[in-house]
Design a protein around this ligand. Structure first.
Ligand code: FE2
Length: 355
């Protein structure tokens, strides 16, 4: 149904047009005898077509058209006037996108034809809009599907890299996944906002990937490392950025990984960043990474208990760790003790992080 507003000070014109157009199937008509009345109706109803005279009392058609067009760029406007001038008509048509211009006295079929033309146009526009909406929906679905597939692919790729690392460094089995899951728990539970949650979890999973480039004899040495060997270990955040250098658009991931061994007091590596100059994501990973290392068994020592690990994190707030994030971490860990325990018992390598 198309709603039509007819504005004309001659009541006979209004009723003739209304009688001509009004039907139960296609058109509903309202009438107004001046621009002000028409404006009121336009404010409270939605019309697709305005048929208006130009010379009317109270508010003339020119002012009505200007104010309508300001509010509604889609309404189709047909002018019917006795004061026709070609210059005026051309100016109006260009300025206000007028769909039809009819001279009085007019023939009824002239108006009927003009309205039908406009109605066909409106229908075409409706169809085009609905087609566009469908197309947009379809594209959105395809985009999401592509994103989902590429996320799954990226995760598999990351997992393969981790498998490579874990086959070299047998003491860190499952460490990357646990760090990413603990980090996720921390973010969700404490409602910490970060720039890019999805890529943050990728970074958490890949944080030690630089160790791939370190020799097995250093990585698996059961005794205390020499200073020179420790320097080699310390190169792994920078090595990670080298391993990932050919992958484009992952600057965020590289940045988070590079700084995961910085310390809050500036005594970390590789860049000795201090406090909040360290990316917040790296500060989070630093805490979670240490916690997981503390509670994990090593060949030369048994893993600490949760309580012991929490105490060690607490003792190193402000020096090694961001104190605010550390407090949050302790609170969340204590609160989710049994859940974290279940992650430890239950984790496997096929875990998929749905974020
Ligand atoms: Fe590390």
């Amino acid at each position: 149904m198309i709603n039509i507003l007819i504005a004309d000070d001659e009541e006979s014109v209004c009723s003739a047009l209304s009688d001509l157009l009004q039907d139960d199937e296609h058109y509903h008509c309202d009438v107004a005898t001046n621009g002000q009345e028409a404006t009121r109706l336009l404010e409270s109803n939605h019309y697709q077509i305005l048929i208006t005279d130009l010379k009317m009392p109270v508010m003339d058609g020119d002012r009505l058209i200007a104010s309508v067009r300001e509010r509604d760029k889609d309404i189709s406007i047909i002018i019917i006037t006795a004061f026709y001038s070609e210059d005026n008509a051309i100016q109006n048509i260009n300025q206000f996108q007028i769909s039809g211009y009819i001279k009085k006295p007019f023939k009824l079929n002239e108006v009927a034809n003009q309205v039908e033309k406009v109605a066909i146009n409106i229908e075409l526009q409706r169809q085009e809009q609905s087609y566009r909406r469908k197309l947009e929906k379809q594209l959105q679905y395809q985009k999401k599907e592509l994103e989902r597939k590429s996320n799954a692919y990226v995760l598999e790729l990351i997992q393969s890299l981790n498998n490579t690392l874990e086959s070299k460094d047998r003491y860190t089995y499952g460490h990357s996944i646990r760090v990413s899951r603990f980090s996720r728990l921390l973010l969700l539970d404490a409602k910490i906002e970060i720039e890019d949650p999805k890529n943050f979890f990728y970074a958490a999973m890949l944080h030690d990937i630089g160790k791939i480039g370190i020799s097995d004899s250093i990585l698996n040495k059961p005794d205390k490392l020499t200073d020179a060997e420790f320097d080699v270990i310390k190169s792994h955040p920078v090595e990670a950025t080298k391993i990932l250098r050919n992958i484009s658009n992952i600057e965020y991931i590289k940045k988070v990984i590079r700084h995961h061994h910085e310390r809050f007091d500036g005594k970390g590596y590789p860049d000795k960043l201090i406090g909040e100059a360290i990316p917040v994501e790296s500060r989070i990973i630093s805490i979670v990474d240490t916690f997981d290392a503390l509670i994990s068994d090593r060949p030369y020592r048994k893993g600490k208990t949760f309580e012991e690990a929490v105490q060690i994190i607490k003792a190193n707030l402000r020096t090694q760790f961001d104190p605010k994030l550390g407090e949050i971490f302790i609170e969340v860990t204590v609160k989710n003790f049994s859940f974290i325990n279940s992650i430890l018992k239950d984790f496997d390598h096929r875990v998929f992080i749905n974020y």
